[in-house]
Design a binder for this molecule. Structure first.
Ligand SMILES: NC(=O)c1ccc[n+]([C@@H]2O[C@H](COP(=O)([O-])OP(=O)(O)OC[C@H]3O[C@@H](n4cnc5c(N)ncnc54)[C@H](OP(=O)(O)O)[C@@H]3O)[C@@H](O)[C@H]2O)c1
Length: 260
């Protein structure tokens, strides 16, 4: 029986980094399943990684995907050692200013898609396996002008923490990754040509560093992986300062950028 890692969002950014790092350092895994929509980019990742791989070129937000993925897992007779839910996107801006399908798509991909992949994968998780769910520091509190995205990531954090409690007796450990801004293609979609906010520029992390920490934290069975001092401080800030105050200040900082 093959032992596999499944990575969604594997065609770029952190998902690709997870594939590269796992192929180099996790020799107990026999094959990596790479999931995303862009076939050409997935092929490039497949060529770069040092391990057999299986490319699944699909949209995880599509309703049919859960059944299709569940069938693939059954047919291939595999055990999952690592499930990494990394696919996702965000749109900055005032609620209602982007196309409706794109705003709702964040919920479909970040929440529904992630949950569908997890549901299909759960029966195939091996003993002492890991689930890494990529949320965001945006999960720590509501964010004006990033409202839907932040809400989807709060869902990911809440779902992942509860799931962790439910399945740890089965020797399956869930780690939620909550990075601040990371230098990937994410911002090409999120900012849509606008100038990037100064505070995001100031706290920008590199994808490979966030991923190394996430893998180490998952191996060590940690509940959360928060990269960098600024995001650790933001987490404490969001827990201790009344949200009304932070929301007013945050909205003031962003208003000029998104309303003019
Ligand atoms: N970069 C940041 O600042 C940041 C910070 C915190 C959290 N995150 C989260 O980190 C995760 C990875 O993002 P990234 O920064 O690495 O950005 P990225 O380079 O844009 O990667 C996003 C990945 O998700 C895939 N994807 C998007 N929609 C999909 C769908 N419907 N079905 C299948 N795959 C889909 C994309 O592939 P295709 O386009 O080929 O489908 C791509 O591989 C996301 O969940 C994001 O929300 C990012």
């Amino acid at each position: 029986m093959k032992k596999i890692a499944v990575i969604t969002g594997a065609s770029s950014g952190m998902g690709k980094e997870f594939a590269l790092k796992i192929s180099k350092n996790f020799k107990s895994i026999n094959e990596i399943w790479l999931i995303a929509r862009r076939a050409d980019r997935l092929e490039e990742v497949r060529e770069e990684i040092d391990m057999p791989s299986y490319v699944i070129c699909e949209d995880i937000s599509e309703e049919y995907f859960i059944d299709k993925f569940a069938k693939m897992l059954k047919q291939e007779n595999v055990k999952i050692k690592m499930l990494i839910n990394c696919a996702g996107y965000g749109l900055c801006g005032k609620v209602g200013t982007a196309a409706c399908y794109a705003e709702l798509g964040m919920i479909d991909t970040n929440c529904r898609g992630l949950t569908a992949v997890t549901l299909a994968a759960l029966p195939y998780m091996a003993k002492n396996s890991r689930i890494i769910n990529v949320a965001s520091s945006a999960a720590f509190m509501p964010q004006p002008y990033f409202a839907i995205y932040a809400a989807t990531k709060s869902y990911v954090l809440s779902f992942s923490r509860a799931l962790r409690r439910e399945i740890k007796d089965k020797d399956v450990f869930v780690t939620t990754v909550c990075p601040g801004p990371v230098n990937t293609e994410f911002f090409a979609i999120a900012d849509d040509g606008r100038e990037r906010a100064w505070f995001k520029e100031l706290t920008m992390a590199q994808a490979d560093e966030v991923v190394v920490q996430a893998l180490n934290d998952a191996i060590n069975k940690k509940e959360m992986s928060v990269y960098g001092m600024s995001m650790k401080m933001f987490r404490i800030f969001a827990k201790t300062v009344p949200h009304k105050i932070i929301l007013d200040v945050y909205a003031m900082m962003c208003k000029k950028m998104y309303e003019e």
